[in-house]
Design a protein around this ligand. Structure first.
Ligand SMILES: [Zn+2]
Length: 208
C-alpha cells in the first residue's frame, strides 16, 4: 500500500488538517478539521480522493471548527473521536471549562478506542490514547506515520495548563506510546512541520 499525505494549515492557529490517501484505491480520510476547511475541500477535489471518514486527534476548536463545512462538502461520512470527547462533537458541548462549544452537534459520530484499529475504506489506523493536552487525545498510526495531534510537536509538546489537561499524563503517553516507537517513524503534528521520533527523542527540550 502506498500512502500519500498532504497537509493544509489555517492562518489563525496554523493548525494542520491532513489528507491521508491510499494512492491505489483513492480511499482517504481527513485528520482534524481546521478553521479553513475550503483548503481541504479544494485539495480533496484536486486529488480526486474518496474521503471515507474524518478522524479527530482531539476536539479543541482549531481542530474541529471546519467539521460542518467538510461534512457539507463530503456528505454525512463518519466522524471518529475518542469516547472521552465524544460529547463535544455529538452534542456540541464545550471541551474546556475555559471556552464555549467548539462545533455544532454532529450526527454520525463513531468511537476511536485505544489499542483497536479504525478502518476507513482500504485504510486501517491504529489508535493510541495519548491524553494530557485533553482527556481524549489520540495518536493515529498508519504504516510508519504517526498523527500526534497536540501531544507532540517538532521541538515541543502540547499545552497542559487547561483545567482538564494533565502534564503527567501527557508525558506518560508520549514516553510509553510514542518514544517507544522506532526512530524512523514520521510524526505529523497538529501544528508545525513534520518530524521523526528519533529526532524528538534526541533533541526535544521537553523530553530530556
Ligand atoms: Zn491545536
Amino acid at each position: 500500500m502506498t500512502i500519500r499525505i498532504e497537509a493544509t494549515a489555517d492562518r489563525q492557529f496554523r493548525t494542520n488538517s491532513y489528507l491521508v490517501e491510499d494512492e491505489v484505491t483513492r480511499d482517504a480520510v481527513v485528520i482534524d478539521a481546521n478553521l479553513e476547511p475550503q483548503l481541504m475541500v479544494d485539495l480533496v477535489r484536486k486529488q480526486k480522493a474518496n474521503v471515507k471518514a474524518i478522524l479527530l486527534t482531539h476536539t479543541d476548536v482549531d481542530h474541529v471548527g471546519g467539521l460542518s463545512a467538510l461534512l457539507e462538502a463530503f456528505g454525512p461520512i463518519p466522524v471518529a473521536v475518542h469516547e472521552t470527547e465524544r460529547h463535544v462533537v455529538a452534542e456540541g458541548r464545550p471541551l474546556r471549562r475555559e471556552f464555549g462549544a467548539t462545533t455544532e452537534p454532529i450526527e454520525n459520530v463513531v468511537s476511536l478506542v485505544e489499542g483497536e484499529t479504525f478502518r476507513a475504506g482500504s485504510l486501517t489506523f491504529e489508535v493510541l490514547h495519548t491524553p494530557g493536552h485533553s482527556p481524549g487525545g489520540v495518536t493515529l498510526k498508519i504504516g510508519d506515520n504517526l498523527f500526534t495531534g497536540d501531544a507532540l510537536f517538532a521541538g515541543s509538546i502540547g499545552r497542559s495548563d487547561f483545567s482538564n489537561s494533565n502534564a503527567e499524563e501527557l508525558l506518560l503517553g508520549i514516553n510509553t506510546k510514542l518514544l517507544s516507537q522506532p526512530d524512523d517513524r514520521i510524526v505529523y503534528s497538529g501544528h508545525g512541520p513534520a518530524t521523526t521520533i528519533g529526532r524528538e527523542r534526541r533533541t526535544n527540550p521537553f523530553l530530556t
